[in-house]
Design a protein around this ligand. Sequence first.
Ligand SMILES: [Zn+2]
Ligand SMILES: [Zn+2]
Length: 155
Amino acid sequence: MPVSADNESLKKQFAEFLKRKKYRGTQERFNVIDRISELDRHFNADELYLYMNGRGDRISRATIYSTLDLLTTCGILMKHRFQGGSAHFELASRMPDHDHLICVECGRIEEFRDERIDEIRDTVSGKLGFRPMAHSLQIFATCHDPLACPHNTQE
Ligand SMILES: [Zn+2]
Ligand SMILES: [Zn+2]
């Protein structure tokens, strides 16, 4: 898969962050960015581990965990904690223009967009003396069709 210009600017941002924090910028860490943008969906650390090793990247779980933490700290990734399970990640560039519906039975995650939520965010913030920057809304639910439910996010 060709590397997009977008990935290049993310890598540049990541390289500057690593340098500032005096972390080593190994090729492995940068490769993680490519794989994440290939995935283009929510994932947890284990899913990324399986995905990358399935693609022939020999990367350890420890490296995945530490790289995901670093990418989150530097703002490239958003970390979600859906219903106390394992943390899910997605590229911050996919946010903040959507919110999430999560099935508590099967873990299915759907993204949605409704501008009324932006209005609520803005009025509530204004009323309480805040200037809103972003928001994150998670609706916990169950799939409408019980037969369709046990599809999970493992692909
Ligand atoms: Zn999302
Ligand atoms: Zn479900």
